[in-house]
Design a protein around this ligand. Structure first.
Ligand SMILES: Cc1cc2nc3c(=O)[nH]c(=O)nc-3n(C[C@H](O)[C@H](O)[C@H](O)COP(=O)(O)OP(=O)(O)OC[C@H]3O[C@@H](n4cnc5c(N)ncnc54)[C@H](O)[C@@H]3O)c2cc1C
Length: 458
C-alpha cells in the first residue's frame, strides 16, 4: 500500500475541490508519477488570506494505492508511513471490572476502548447526563443559581462540552486522525476530517457525547451520573473509591478528573498522591463584532459564501512572558464556567453554525510554577483567589466583571459597552469595572502590551 500527500496545492476562491485534485494530478504527472495508479481525495484544506485581493485555498491532497509504488523525492510530496496506533494488549485476567472516574474526553475514550475490548468498564461522573447538564447551565445563566456538581466543567463530556468544540491541537500524533474518525462515527460532520481547523460546535458535540456513552453501555459497560468520588483507599492488589453512590472496588482504576476538581485534588494530595505543579495561563475573554474580524481578515471578500467565518491566532513572546490568543470562538458567546461557589471564570462557546453576532477569544498570559510557589496546593489557591476576586468585582450573584478595551489599556473606567454588547448570560449579568484591579500586575501589564501588538497585526 502507498499513501502520499501532495501539499501546498493552491486554488482560487471560486474554484471547487475538484480543481485541487486536478492540480495535484498535474503536478505528479509533470514529475513522471503515474496518476492512474492512485485514488485521490482531499486530506486538508485551509485558507491563505495574507493577500486580501487574492485569497486562496491551500490543500493537501491524498493519493492512495493498494500497490507498493516507489515515489521519488520531489518538493511538496510526502510519502506517508503506515501508521499504527501500536496498542499493546495484555493477557492478564481482570478480577473486577475496570473503573473510570470522569466522563471528559479522556475518561470517555478510555471507557470506550475498554468496552470495545470486552472489559465492561464502569464509568462515573459527579455531573449529570448532557440533557440535565444543559438545563443546569440554562438555569445558572438565567438565575445565577449554580449547581456545583453539574455545570460547564462537570458532567457528561467534561469541560469541553459547552465550548467551541474545536478539535485543534498543536501535537502531531497518529492518534489525532483516529480520534477525529471516531468523532465522525459518533455523529460529527465528516468535514472535520479535512478542515485544517476542525470544529464541531456545542450543539453537535452534545449528541456525539451521548452516542459515545450509549455505545459504552451497549457493549456491557455501566455509566453512572451524579456520582462523585469523595475518598479513596488503596490496598496492595485493589483500590476502593468512596462515592456519593456507595463504594466501588477494582484492581484497575483510571482517574480522568480534568482541570477543575479542586476538592478531589486536595483529597488525593491529603493521601500523598504525587501531583506535579505545572505552568498554566490566565487572562480575559475579548469580544468583537464578527463582521469586524471578517473584514480585518478577508477585506472586500468578507462574507463570501465560500469563506468560513474569520478566526485568528496571535502570540507574542519577544523574550518576555508569553501572551497569546487561545480558543477563539467565531460567532460564539461567553459562558459562565465556574464550578465553585463564589467564584467567576469564563469560557467561549459556539454552535456548529458559528452564526452569532460576536466573536470572542481568550487572551492569556503564561503563569510559571514559581509565580505561585511551585506547589500544587498553592496553584489551586492562586486560581481560587483570582476567581473570588472576579466574583467580588462583579458584585456577587455570578455577575461577570467587564471593561471596554480602551479603558483597560488606560487603566480607568469611563463608559459602558454600546457598540459591542457582551454575551455573558445574554448580556444581563455583567458589571463594568477595572479589570486591572483584579488581575495580578504581571498579567495586566503583559495583556496591555499584547493587545496593542495584536491590534496592529489584525
Ligand atoms: C470550559 C472549557 C472549554 C474548553 N473548550 C475547548 C475547545 O473548544 N476545544 C478544545 O480542544 N479544548 C477545549 N477545552 C479544553 C478541553 O476541554 C480539555 O482539554 C479537556 O476537557 C480535558 O479532558 P479531560 O477528560 O482530561 O477532563 P475534563 O473534560 O475536565 O473531564 C473531567 C471529568 O471528571 C469529572 N470529575 C472530576 N472529579 C470527579 C470526581 N471526584 N468524581 C466524579 N467525577 C469527577 C468531571 O465532572 C468532568 O466531567 C476547554 C476547556 C474548558 C475548561
Amino acid at each position: 500500500m502507498t499513501r502520499i500527500l501532495i501539499n501546498s496545492i493552491k486554488t482560487r476562491l471560486d474554484d471547487d475541490e475538484s480543481a485541487a485534485i486536478f492540480h495535484a494530478k498535474r503536478y505528479l504527472s509533470k514529475n513522471n508519477i503515474k496518476v492512474a495508479d492512485f485514488d485521490f481525495s482531499i486530506y486538508k484544506k485551509s485558507i491563505d488570506a495574507r493577500d486580501k485581493n487574492n485569497i486562496l485555498f491551500v490543500y493537501s491532497v491524498l493519493a492512495e494505492s493498494n500497490q507498493n509504488i516507489y515515489v521519488k523525492p520531489i518538493p511538496h510530496v510526502k510519502v506517508l508511513d503506515y501508521e499504527d496506533l501500536n496498542i499493546e494488549y495484555g493477557d492478564a485476567q481482570l478480577t473486577n471490572r475496570p473503573l473510570v472516574v470522569g466522563m471528559g474526553p479522556a475518561g470517555m475514550f478510555c471507557a470506550l476502548l475498554l468496552a470495545e475490548n470486552g472489559y465492561r468498564p464502569i464509568i462515573i461522573d459527579r455531573g449529570d447526563c448532557v440533557a440535565d447538564r444543559t438545563c443546569a447551565l440554562e438555569q445558572f445563566i438565567l438565575t445565577g443559581k449554580l449547581d456545583t456538581e453539574s455545570n460547564v466543567q462537570f458532567g457528561a463530556g467534561g469541560a469541553g462540552t459547552f465550548s467551541d468544540g474545536k478539535l485543534t491541537t498543536r501535537i502531531n500524533d497518529v492518534r489525532c486522525d483516529y480520534v477525529l474518525s471516531r468523532f465522525v462515527e459518533f455523529g460529527a460532520p465528516i468535514e472535520i476530517l479535512t478542515k485544517s481547523k476542525p470544529h464541531i460546535g456545542t450543539d453537535v458535540l452534545t449528541c456525539v457525547v451521548d452516542n459515545i456513552l450509549n455505545k459504552i453501555e451497549e457493549l456491557g459497560g455501566t455509566v453512572i451520573y451524579r456520582c462523585r468520588m469523595d475518598d479513596i483507599s488503596v490496598k496492595s492488589d485493589s483500590v476502593t473509591i468512596h462515592t456519593t453512590k456507595g463504594d466501588f472496588s477494582t484492581s484497575s482504576l483510571v482517574l480522568a478528573l480534568g482541570h477543575s476538581a479542586r476538592d478531589t485534588y486536595r483529597m488525593l494530595l491529603s493521601h500523598n498522591f504525587v501531583i506535579e505543579p505545572k505552568p498554566f495561563s490566565i487572562g480575559v475573554r475579548v469580544e468583537h463584532l464578527q463582521d469586524d474580524i471578517n473584514v480585518a481578515l478577508y477585506g472586500k471578500y468578507a462574507g463570501h459564501p465560500k469563506l468560513s467565518v474569520g478566526e485568528y491566532n496571535l502570540s507574542d513572546t519577544n523574550g518576555k512572558r508569553g501572551v497569546y490568543t487561545f480558543c477563539m470562538c467565531p460567532g460564539g458567546e461567553v459562558v459562565p464556567a465556574t464550578s465553585q461557589e463564589f467564584g467567576v471564570c469564563v469560557n467561549g462557546m459556539s454552535k456548529f453554525a458559528r452564526d452569532g453576532k460576536n466573536a470572542n477569544c481568550a487572551v492569556n498570559v503564561s503563569v510559571d510554577t514559581k509565580d505561585y510557589g511551585n506547589d500544587p496546593y498553592k496553584a489551586i489557591e492562586f486560581q481560587e483567589n483570582l476567581e473570588r476576586q472576579a466574583y467580588k468585582a462583579g458584585g456577587g450573584d455570578y455577575y461577570a466583571p467587564i471593561q471596554l478595551m480602551g479603558d483597560f489599556l488606560e487603566d480607568k473606567v469611563t463608559a459602558t459597552p454600546s457598540r459591542i454588547m457582551p454575551t455573558y448570560a445574554n448580556g444581563n449579568r455583567v458589571t463594568v469595572t477595572n479589570l486591572n484591579n483584579i488581575l495580578p500586575n504581571f498579567v495586566s501589564i503583559r495583556l496591555q502590551e499584547g493587545f496593542r501588538i495584536f491590534d496592529k497585526r489584525l
